[in-house]
Structure formats: C-alpha cells, structure tokens
Design a protein around this ligand. Structure first.
Ligand SMILES: [Zn+2]
Length: 419
C-alpha cells in the first residue's frame, strides 16, 4: 500500500532485511546494560535514520543503549479518545538462545505453502504442520534465516515497523493528524533487562505499545503473574558406615518434594490460561539441598492458591522425613499487567479500532510469559503489546510475514491518528 508516496510493504521489508543482518544478540547473566556492545551498532543506525527523517527530538543514551524520539503533534486539538500522546516501543536485541551472528535473511517470494528446507542446514525444515500460520501466507512473501542462525524478527520486525511508520508520520506532506508520538528502542529485553534504564522522563506518553507479538490482529494486554520459590533442605551427614539412626539425607526429601508437583500443573501439560509450577534447578547433597522453582498464573487468587499448595507440599514432605528441616521462600517477579490495562477501556477500544481500520479482526491473547510492557505498565506507562508478524522466535526456524508487517505499520498509523 502506498502512503504519502511511501510503499509500506517495500519500505518495511527493506528495513527489516537490513536490521536483521546486524548482530544484536544479548547475553544472559551480565550485570551491564547493554549486556553486549554489539547492540550499539543497530542503535547508531536507528539514531541516524531517525535524524534523517527530519525528526529533531532524537536522543541516543550511549551509556545504556536506548533511543528516544518524539515526532511532534501536527494538530491543535485533543481527540475524544483521550489516549494520546502514545509511545511505540521495540527491543533491539535478539535472544541468546540461538546464534545471532552472520544472519542471512532469505525472502521466499510468493510462498507455495510447502515445507521449507535449508541448504545450509539439512537437519532443519519448516513446515505448516509445526507452524500452521504459514498456510495463511501462501501466495505472499515470507522471510526466514538460512537455517544456521535465528532470524531476529523478534524484535527487528517491530523495530522496522516503527521506523517505517516514523518515516511516514514525520514526512513534511504527512496528512495523518496526530498528537505527539514517542518512539523508544530498548536493549536487553531478551535477558529481562529492557526496562532497567528506561527513562520515562524522555517518553512522556500516556500509553505505550510494544510491537513484539505474532499473529495479524493480535493484541496482548495480559501477562502471567510471576513468583519464584526457593526451597532449602537441611539434613544431617555422617560417615555412611556408621550412619544408622543418625543420617538425615536431604536428597530423598528433595526427590519426594519434586515428585509431589502435580503432573497437571507443569509447563509441559498446561496451555492457554492454565498456570504451572516449574522447577528450574536443583543442587543436592546429603546435608543440604535446594530447589529453584518458578510459579506462574494469570489469576492472582489462583496464584495465591498455588503458593498455599506449595506450602502444604513442603509441610507434608517435612513430616514424612523426620529430622529434615525445609525452608520455603517465595518472591514476586512480575505481575499480570491486565489488572491495570483493564482500568483503561479507552486504550483497549482505540487499539481494537485501529486494528479493524487496518482491515483485520482484533483478538486478545494472554501472553504465557512476561514482557517489557508489563514492567512499563507497573512503572506508570500502561503498555499493550501489538502483533508484529514474527513466528517461532528464538529459533533457527524463526520466520516473518511481510504481509503482517505491513498491517502492523498501518495499525501504528491508525493508533497515531485515533489517539
Ligand atoms: Zn521480543
């Protein structure tokens, strides 16, 4: 579609291909933000491009690798929807789970609906059976990696979509009337640090949108409630030759504890709105063992019930293993942003309308995880997540739809005009 003389699909695809080739992989376990210096490379490119659009208010936080921009309002009135000014946010880093260096994106023009094979990685293939959304793209262009790296559509699809929209909104002949539109690109989302140095003083929006979702029309306003549990077992060690009646081996108590996690409440047995317990790591020896576990649920009350259940399991195991003491500590990680977003029906209504105007059917999907948007929401910037057209993120089988990327740009433009 042409908009102010800009071919949206062409622009967003070309940008995406360019950004995808820049390695921005973040690194787990680093205390620094950004966790990797390579993220600055994309930040520099975006900073220069935003300035070249003619946007005056662009800032590059070189210390922490954030880009902030503001496209000033070109209208004198406030819309009745009352959700402006808005911010569009995407993360520049890619997941540490799969290599992000030497990404060579491949466009599959007029995709035929068949299984895609990778000449560089014969062990890998991408089929509509495992990624059913592919069938929707039959006859359209999709993008994959060459099978040796991830693609990085998470979240360079979002970055490219925001950049194309920014180009249109900041062009001199822009006929979309909008309030102030803020743009923020963040580092280290994939390692849970994307909001660590997010400066809300540089983004004075009323509401935010992360472009970090999947299917066309998808809106996410709910994330899990997340807590972590630390369980420590204290026993008694002696020489095993003379242990009779004295040794209290915590390994038995630990294994009993793990076996008491209901099979129906595990990540591998739950979907949609079902929550779970998930033991991540154990350390075990005779005298002292520990378990780290995460607990997830969309519903606060059910989350409390799960914590209660865990306490009961601990009590039962302690009773069974006389002489072993078990400590349980539960800490908060993040909260379901839905409780705040739902207090702003105007935000949800405007978002749905913007998707509809783009020619799509809006639908809500609860995210079985957390997002930077959830953290921003609790920091005071209620932030919805919008579809961006990426699939199979974090894997070598990652792919992007140029058709959906175009829809995402249109949705950004519609939100800017309705806000
Ligand atoms: Zn992402």
């Amino acid at each position: 579609m042409l908009f102010n003389g800009i071919d949206i699909k062409k622009d967003v695809t070309e940008r995406f291909l360019r950004y995808a080739k820049i390695n921005t992989q973040s690194e787990d376990g680093s205390e620094k933000v950004p966790s990797t210096a390579c993220q600055h490379e994309l930040a520099r490119v975006l900073f220069e491009e935003l300035k070249n659009f003619g946007i005056k208010d662009v800032e590059y936080d070189k210390e922490h690798c954030y880009i902030y921009a503001r496209i000033p309002s070109n209208r004198s009135y406030k819309n009745k929807n009352g959700i402006s000014p808005v911010a569009f946010i995407a993360h520049m880093d890619t997941s540490p789970e799969s290599s992000g260096s030497g990404v060579k994106p491949i466009i599959h023009k007029n995709y035929d609906g068949k299984t895609i094979k990778y000449s560089k990685n014969p062990n890998l293939s991408l089929s509509p059976e495992e990624s059913p959304q592919l069938l929707e793209e039959k006859g359209h262009d999709i993008i994959t990696s060459d099978g040796t790296t991830l693609l990085g559509a998470d979240d360079k699809a979002g970055v490219a979509e925001i950049m194309t929209a920014a180009k249109i909104l900041s062009s001199k002949n822009c006929d979309i009337e909008h309030d102030d539109v803020y743009i923020v690109f963040t580092p280290d989302e994939e390692v849970g640090n994307g909001t660590a140095h997010f400066n809300l003083k540089k983004c004075r929006a009323k509401f935010g949108y992360t472009l970090d979702g999947e299917e066309a029309g998808e809106l996410n306003c709910e994330t899990f409630n997340a807590r972590a549990a630390f369980i420590e077992f204290h026993g008694v060690n002696t020489h095993p030759g003379t242990a009779i009646g004295r040794m209290k081996n915590t390994i038995y108590a630990l294994s009993d504890f793990i076996n008491n996690i209901p099979k129906s409440m595990r990540p591998e047995t739950t979907k949609n709105r079902g929550g779970f317990f998930h033991p991540l790591r154990i350390e075990a020896d005779v005298e002292h063992s520990k378990v780290k576990m995460i607990i997830r649920d969309f519903d606060e009350k059910k989350m409390d019930d799960k914590c209660e259940k865990l306490k009961n399991i601990v009590k039962a195991v302690e009773k069974k293993h006389e002489g072993i003491k078990i400590d349980l500590k539960i800490t908060d990680q993040y909260q379901n942003m839905g409780v705040i977003i739902k207090k702003h029906p105007e935000l949800m209504k405007t978002s749905e309308e913007a998707v509809r105007l783009a020619g799509l059917k809006p639908f809500y999907q609860a995210i079985r995880g957390g997002t930077d948007g959830a953290r921003l929401t609790f920091m005071g910037l209620p932030t919805l997540n919008l579809f961006a057209g990426m699939f199979n993120p974090h894997s070598k089988n990652e792919w992007a739809s140029t058709r959906i990327m175009e829809y995402a740009v249109l949705t950004i433009l519609n939100i800017s005009s309705l806000a």
